[in-house]
Design a protein around this ligand. Structure first.
Ligand code: PHE
Ligand code: ZN
Length: 901
């Protein structure tokens, strides 16, 4: 396929309202894989607020067969890839009918954007700009229409015909070339932007359940999957029911549809899509059974089902004015799904673990993005390809911005703000400013309302703010003074003005006691006075706070709960961190203290290049944490997980990934041997018996047991001791759930145990027909710790495996991103062969699926931070890709930005 060399830049400042509105759409499809016919009848109206101008419609990869205005043919032309009808501006200002007929070729659509075929039938993906690949349209989110959709297809091959909204009619048609045909007609009463349109025509089976909600309304919930997968839909259905209940309870947002459908498809670029009433999901986030899915998979399903369901209000009822406002729906909806998962987790400890996981992800993925060539504000100012802006910054940092608002106005204040937001904007396409204003207006006396314009810098300024905090205790006056400075990220291209930073803190005595935190100008009887934790709000480049009645020199516990998405240098030493690790009542800062102890040692070792011995205070602290009688297994597992290589690389400039890998592996090995007896205890003490349940308590035990097993194998293999690897093999073979089975397999593969090969073989044999399990099998091998280039060799061999395919996004990602993004120690090689591998596959993938290629291309984003010779070699590989004249606009934007550094 030929494509243009580069896409023009789109700027947020250039937004103008559309010149026409499309009020309703009547679509009819004759579905055929090779050539689908689309009849698109629209009621169109000039936007009288805009000067009369020609009607310009988006269209891509379509064959146009006719254009009628008010049922009469009109002249039209093609200009810059758009269909232009000049005569429309001469029509009266009232409504007119525009009918367009065109065809498209779903089976040739390997991009998986627009209408495409996958194993069991036809599927669509329209966000962000896929609808224009189905028919000509004003394909922008501020044009909202009411859709009526008729689907016609061969009955035997495509027994299920679905679209948004309610089913009006269905029935049989006469014979087509492939046998009897049938039809279904759907109507969605809610006006929606084109990106929320969906259709499915496929051979599927359904799990369904009728529910009655609090408000007394009945709804039909359905989960459609391909034949044979019905036994893997129970968890998705339960998650959907829980989501409906939760949104009504927490935000008073009820389900507004008679019928809510989820459809799973094997070929899908992203996780899932919130099409109104007809969510389409990557199978990865629907299908689960104890035998095939891990605890992590179960948790992923709960959160993605929740996420898409919550979009029904935050995204669909109120949508984005333009794509620069993407975080309006995504940041808010991620915040909502995070809160949902926390509420589902139950105990305080399980909530904290979820928060820790979310922060870990933010630091591993979003912080690097914010310091690299693709850094952008939560509300970007420009883009070439919108698909490149479905980023951790828009999603995860966007969620942190919403969380900060929540922190500043309180739980109830936030609920009031949401209510006002819906009161003002239901049914409209709005901006991030509109959202923030509603939350502030509902809370006029809050810190958010007081600082709103400054707070909104979180939407406009890129880069991770850096905080430096220093405290000083004055014994005679029993006061403690805390100074905090904020500075913009050094890598950001623009100067940063100070942010509004909610800064939650506590003070801990050296004996572990939580001390009251009383500010100096506060009366002793103020409601806050006796409390042991509090929220400070930083607004200046430098702030000072003095606390009174502090009996002993405290250790400050700062940024509790990770109250803002910042980096913090607090100057605490090992002794302070050990106190926090032992006594902090805030689980986040407690966990963070453990991470910092590990990080300090890892960074020192990486900088000095002398293999360091792990010190006793550290191993003792880890031992007592592991053996702690009161802490939950999941929390222990989080403390005992070392910071990732990518997080380490961000702290080390220039970064030498193989060295970072070696240093981290060595520390793991030392923790494995120093705590051997404790790992043995942990493995035995955390076995879960009885039928599988994905609840957080059981999942926590399994994850700690799996970590113990991995440590025991890591310790045994170099010594030639086969007892634990043997046990791991047994467990891989006999386990009754996938969490234990995959945990055992990964313990063998990651320790390069002799049992790894037979285990991989056996595992493949057992699950050859389970696509999602085979994805994990590929990924596990691609992410194994490198030894003498063997992992790289294996990755290259796996490309030729009969089960491998670049056409299936999950499969391609398992191997390619597994190796290039998730295995830095293997990918960055002195001979640059990893980069050559990367360049070849970016190019190969780009010809098939440019969105996927552009995402994959980002594994070299941080080339500029690398030590030599990696840096120059990586740059050369990017230059090689950039030299290709026919790259997609998406990949072009990624490599151009990378080289602009
Ligand atoms: N809007 C989807 C979500 O966040 C993500 C998505 C974007 C899916 C673009 C497909 C294409 O849930
Ligand atoms: Zn989303």
């Amino acid at each position: 396929m030929m494509r243009e060399g580069s896409s023009p830049m789109i700027h947020r400042a250039d937004y103008t309202a559309p010149a026409y509105w499309i009020r309703s759409v009547d679509l009819a499809f004759d579905l055929d894989p090779a050539k689908t016919m689309v009849i698109n009848r629209m009621r169109v109206e000039r936007n009288i607020d805009v000067a009369p101008q020609p009607l310009r419609l988006h269209g891509e990869d379509l064959n146009l067969t006719r254009v009628l205005v008010n049922d009469a043919s009109v002249s039209f032309r093609h200009e810059h890839g758009m269909l232009v009808i000049d005569s429309a501006q001469d029509l009266p200002a009232g409504e007119f009918t525009l009918e367009i007929r065109n065809t498209c070729a779903p089976e040739k659509n390997t991009q998986l954007s627009g209408l495409y075929t996958s194993a069991s039938g036809f599927f669509t993906q329209c966000e962000a700009e896929g609808f224009r690949r189905i028919t000509y349209f004003l394909d922008r989110p501020d044009v909202m229409a009411v859709y009526t959709v008729t689907l016609r297809a061969t009955k035997a091959a495509y027994p299920v015909l679905l679209s948004n909204g309610n089913l009006l009619e269905q029935g049989d048609l006469d014979n087509g070339p492939n046998g009897p045909r049938h039809f279904a007609k759907w109507h969605d009463p809610f006006p929606k932007p084109s990106y929320l349109f969906a259709l499915v025509a496929a051979d599927l089976v359904v799990r369904q359940q009728q529910i009655r909600t609090r408000s007394g309304n009945d709804h039909l919930l359905q989960v459609y999957v391909k034949r044979g997968d019905l036994d893997k839909t129970e968890h998705a259905m339960n998650s959907l029911i829980a989501s409906v209940i939760w949104d009504e309870a927490r935000f008073k947002l009820p389900l507004d549809l008679e019928r809510f459908m989820i459809v799973a498809v094997e070929d899908f670029n992203m996780g899932a899509m919130e099409n109104k009433g007809l969510n389409i999901f990557n199978t990865k986030f629907v299908l689960a059974s104890p035998a095939t899915a891990t605890d992590e998979n179960y948790a992923g399903i709960e959160s993605v089902v929740g996420h898409e369901y919550f979009h029904n209000w935050t995204g669909n009822r109120i949508t984005c004015r333009d794509w620069f406002q993407l975080s309006l729906k995504e940041g808010l909806t991620v915040f909502r799904d995070q809160e949902f998962s926390m509420d589902m987790a139950g105990s305080a400890s399980a909530r904290a673990v979820k928060r820790i996981e979310d922060v870990r992800k933010l630091r591993e993925v979003q912080f690097p993005e914010d310091a690299g060539p693709m850094a952008h504000p939560v509300r970007p100012d420009s883009y070439a390809e919108i698909n490149n802006f479905y980023t951790p910054t828009v999603y995860e940092k966007g969620a942190e911005v919403v969380r900060m608002m929540h922190t500043l106005v309180g739980r109830e204040g936030f609920a009031n703000g949401m209510a006002l937001y819906f009161e003002r904007f239901d049914g409209q396409a709005v901006t991030c400013d509109d959202f923030a204003q509603a939350i502030a207006d509902a809370n006029p006396h809050s810190e958010l309302a007081r600082t709103l314009p400054q707070f909104e810098r979180w939407y406009s300024q890129a880069g991770t703010p850096r905080l430096t905090a220093r405290g000083r205790y004055d014994a005679p006056s029993r006061t403690y003074t805390l100074g905090v400075e904020q500075a913009g990220a050094p890598a950001s291209h623009t100067t940063q003005e100070p942010f509004v930073i909610p800064f939650a803190i506590g003070l801990i005595g050296r004996d572990g006691r939580a001390l009251p935190v009383q500010l100096e100008d506060e009366p002793a009887d103020a409601p806050e006075a006796g409390k042991t934790d509090r929220l400070l709000v930083l607004t200046e480049a430098r702030s000072f706070f003095t606390f009174v009645n502090v009996d002993v020199e405290p250790v400050p516990s700062l940024l509790r709960g990770f109250s803002a998405p910042v980096m913090l240098a607090d100057g605490l030493d090992d002794a302070d961190l050990l106190i926090l690790l032992q006594h902090d009542t805030d689980p986040f800062t407690r966990w963070e203290a453990g991470q910092r102890l590990a990080l300090n040692r890892l960074l020192a070792a990486a900088r000095s290049n002398v293999p360091a011995e792990l010190d006793t205070p550290f191993t003792e602290a880890m031992r007592s944490l592991l053996r702690h009688p009161a802490l939950d297994a999941a929390f222990k597992d989080q403390v005992l997980t070392l910071p990732s290589e990518s997080y380490l690389a961000e702290q080390l400039v220039p970064a030498d990934p193989p060295r970072i890998h070696a240093v981290r592996q060595r520390m793991l090995a030392q923790m494995a041997s120093a705590l051997r007896v404790d790992w043995e205890w942990a493995f035995d003490a955390h076995q879960v018996s009885g039928p599988y349940s994905p609840d957080s308590l059981s999942a926590g035990k399994r994850s700690l047991a799996n970590r113990a097993l991995a440590m025991l194998c890591l310790d045994s293999v170099p010594r030639g001791d086969t007892v634990w690897p043997g046990r791991a093999y047994q467990r891989m073979n006999d386990a009754t759930n996938m969490t234990d089975r995959l945990g055992a397999l990964s313990a063998l593969v990651y320790s390069h145990a002799p049992h790894a090969e037979p285990a991989l073989h056996r595992f493949h044999e057992l699950f050859r027909n389970e696509a999602l399990v085979i994805d994990s099998w590929f990924k596990l091998q691609a992410t194994a710790p490198e030894v003498d280039g063997k992992v790289f060799e294996r990755a290259k061999q796996l490309l030729k495996h009969p089960d491998f395919s670049l056409r299936n996004p999950n499969r391609a990602r398992s191997l390619l991103s597994g190796f290039c993004t998730n295995n830095p120690g293997a990918f960055h090689r002195l001979d640059a062969a990893g980069y050559v591998f990367w360049a070849e596959h970016v190019i190969e993938l780009d010809a098939i699926n440019p969105q996927l290629a552009a995402r994959f291309a980002r594994s070299l984003d941080r080339w500029n931070q690398l030590a030599e010779p990696y840096r120059s070699a990586a740059r050369e590989a990017i230059v090689r890709v950039a030299a290709k004249p026919d790259l997609s606009g998406g990949v072009r934007e990624i490599v151009t930005n990378a080289l602009a550094l």
